[in-house]
Design a protein around this ligand. Structure first.
Ligand code: NDP
Length: 337
């Protein structure tokens, strides 16, 4: 049973010393337990927060503890009602080949789900995050302009596509020409701007001639800087993530612009609301699942996955995710023997 455990708390970006691969014996299911074999491990930006012991909405992984993570697994042996050998499940095994579970928080996906790994993306936490943050906090109305960065990732791509279904103008922001072309040509965004371009802020202004009504915040940093002056009166800003800051060790230099920002929020009457998906919107999950499944079945929402083989490759793949090396939802096919 291979396990990736937290060896040190990273300062800045995680390195190859952050996690170590450990071999342990495969556990045996006791009474009221089942043994799960991890098939797919989700890589998500929030995992950077769990490596750190800075105060957060969830406790950090302990040093020496198995790194946490959402997984799709198969039931190997079961003493838990409602779960039988061979069932696929959505579980929270973490970064390891095998885990025991008593069934708490585990969802049975059946013996032959069409796309088991999608439960980690479009049909799971990131898809739900996009849907709830946009519709419940962003509250877009037809004809309004939505801007979203990390536009080809599982959250951003879904935000933009839902925005189009609701009749909005959608402008994405992504890293590089290929991602931007994909957002426009495949996902149907009206425009997509490369945040690495020197004239990024100018281009964003030109792509939003009627201003910005909903800024779905995924990244912070210079994207946020460019967006704030373009916000319309009564704009809404669901604060979902700030990935440009996750590896930061200090605040950026420069004049203190806190009061300028608050002035913008005040004068434009902007609603800025942070959220943690299951804390705030867990009760809406069934409604999301129903609506999203229908959109996928009818081809209204597209989904792009990037599958990387081998649990041993997860640490490097995770560092790459924070840097924008992923193109679509990054999932590890664990490949245990
Ligand atoms: P993605 O797969 O989109 O991966 C992150 C992307 O962020 C990268 O691919 C990269 O895309 C972009 N990025 C990284 N650094 C920067 C930077 N400095 N400036 C601009 N963009 C950058 O991730 P997810 O879709 O899974 O998550 C998106 C956001 O949603 C994250 O911030 C995450 O923490 C947050 N989240 C929040 C939840 C909540 O409950 N609040 C739940 C789930 C996710 P590119 O190359 O295009 O720049």
């Amino acid at each position: 049973n291979r396990q990736l455990v937290l060896a040190t708390r990273p300062k800045g970006a995680p390195t190859r010393d952050t996690l170590t691969l450990k071999e342990t014996t495969i556990p045996t299911a006791g009474a009221d337990q089942m043994l799960l074999r991890t098939e797919f491990l989700s890589l998500d930006p929030y995992m950077r927060g769990r490596m750190s012991d800075a105060p957060s909405y969830a406790p950090p992984v302990e040093i020496g503890g198995v790194m946490v993570g959402g997984t799709v697994a198969q039931v190997i042996t079961s003493n838990v009602d409602g779960f039988a050998e061979g069932d696929f499940v959505l579980s929270f095994n973490g970064w390891q080949d095998y885990a025991l579970s008593d069934g708490t928080g585990v969802t049975n996906l059946g013996k032959t789900p069409d796309h088991p790994s999608w439960a980690l993306g479009i049909l799971g936490m990131p898809g739900f995050t996009a849907w709830a943050g946009l519709t419940r906090i962003g509250e877009p109305k037809a004809g309004e302009t939505i801007v979203v960065a990390a536009a080809t990732g599982p959250v951003g791509a879904t935000v933009g596509q839902i925005g189009k279904l609701l009749g909005c103008r959608v402008v994405g922001i992504a890293g590089g020409r290929d991602k931007c072309a994909y957002a426009v040509n495949e996902l149907g965004f009206d425009a997509c701007i490369d945040h690495k371009a020197d004239d990024f802020a100018d281009q964003l202004g030109k792509a939003t001639p009627n201003g910005i009504d909903v800024y779905y915040e995924n990244v912070g940093g210079k994207v946020l800087d460019a967006v704030i002056p373009l916000l319309n009166p009564n704009a809404r800003v669901p604060v979902c993530g700030l990935i440009s800051q996750y590896n930061a060790t200090a605040l950026p230099n420069g004049p203190d612009r806190m009061n300028w920002l608050m002035g913008q929020i005040l004068r434009k009457k902007v609603k800025v609301q942070g959220f943690i998906i299951f804390d705030d919107f867990g009760h809406l999950y069934p409604e999301f699942a129903k609506e999203m499944s229908a959109w996928i079945e009818t081809g209204k929402i597209k989904y792009r996955e990037e599958i990387i083989d081998g649990l041993e490759n997860a640490p490097e793949a995770f560092v790459g995710l924070l840097n924008g090396e992923n193109f679509g939802k990054r999932v590890i096919r664990v490949g245990n023997k």
